[in-house]
Design a protein around this ligand. Structure first.
Ligand SMILES: NC(=O)c1ccc[n+]([C@@H]2O[C@H](COP(=O)([O-])OP(=O)(O)OC[C@H]3O[C@@H](n4cnc5c(N)ncnc54)[C@H](OP(=O)(O)O)[C@@H]3O)[C@@H](O)[C@H]2O)c1
Length: 272
């Protein structure tokens, strides 16, 4: 198996820094993508109840030759299932669809104002049972983390947020580091919208890599876990081929300065 860097979460659990995101893929396509990813060497798969493909992800993992304990599996509670009892029920449903008796990471998908507290309390309960090896949040910008601190007993292991060179959330990254929360970037490839950025193309040429590989490597060198989505075999392989080069400190700073607060997903601040 190819070497890949990992993060040690605040409870000691080891998580690969690079994983496959499986949003917007369904049925056979989703199953096939996970099969290809596992064959390529990916050991982190990021799904969600909302993606309606937990069954297919479970199929691919179950039928692969890789032992379940070597795969880091994340899923998330759907907005419609938030609240204490509903979350507990939704978690059971996710395990059933995923055909596993535990997930490695269970996340609050969105910080819904009315229910995020009870939802977090339910995640803490689930964590106590051992059926989620770690729990965390998604879309928690600084004010949400501060609020969470007022009622949580467990510090989230992971905060999964939209993050890319074009949305470089440096303060959030520093805050997570201070709190012992591992930052994970979603939509790292900006859904392909920035692949023709001239500066990115120049760096790709310089390092003899693709724009996607430059972005993913930038995440990894920041110590940020990242979960690019692809259901195309060549791009699944391309996105994993980022462990044989390093971006210089100077170029890392140049990429940091690409920031233009560019989002493709709703701003979580709307939930405050
Ligand atoms: N927690 C949350 O609220 C949240 C929100 C959004 C996403 N996520 C997670 O983050 C994952 C990634 O985000 P995302 O799927 O929204 O967007 P993304 O990973 O930034 O971009 C995916 C798009 O880029 C294309 N692509 C993949 N590799 C490429 C490459 N090497 N070169 C050019 N284009 C490439 C894909 O097409 P092909 O498939 O055809 O390759 C797809 O259209 C999701 O799958 C999901 O797991 C979480």
């Amino acid at each position: 198996m190819k070497f890949q860097p990992t993060a040690i979460l605040n409870n000691g659990l080891e998580m690969p820094l690079l994983g496959l995101g499986v949003y917007d893929m369904y049925n056979k396509e989703a199953e096939q993508a996970v099969e290809w990813a596992l064959e390529t060497g990916y050991r982190l798969i990021d799904t969600a109840s909302m993606y309606e493909n937990e069954l297919q992800i479970g199929n691919a993992i179950r039928t692969s030759s890789i032992p379940r304990e070597e795969i880091f599996l994340t899923t998330k509670v759907n907005d419609k299932d938030q609240g204490y009892d509903a979350t507990l029920k939704a978690f059971d449903q996710s395990l059933e669809l995923l055909q596993t008796d535990y997930v490695d990471l269970y996340l609050v998908h969105w910080p819904l104002k009315a229910t995020r507290k009870e939802t977090w309390n339910a995640l803490e309960k689930i964590y106590e049972t051992g059926r989620a090896k770690a729990i965390g949040v998604a879309n928690y910008l600084e004010p949400f983390l501060e609020e969470l601190q007022t009622y949580s007993e467990i510090v989230p292991a992971v905060n999964q947020v939209e993050f890319s060179p074009f949305l470089y959330l440096e303060n959030l990254k520093l805050k997570c580091e201070k709190l012992g929360i591992t930052l994970q970037s979603y939509t790292p490839l900006v859904r392909g919208l920035k692949m023709h950025d001239e500066r990115l193309l120049n760096l790709a040429k310089k390092y003899e890599k693709t724009p996607a590989q430059i972005i993913l490597r930038w995440n990894i060198q920041h110590g940020v876990s990242t979960i690019p989505k692809s259901s195309n075999l060549l791009r699944i392989k391309e996105n994993f081929d980022v462990f044989d080069f390093a971006i210089s400190d100077e170029d890392m700073m140049i990429i940091n300065a690409f920031n233009e607060n560019f989002r493709v997903v709703d701003d979580p601040m709307l939930m405050l």
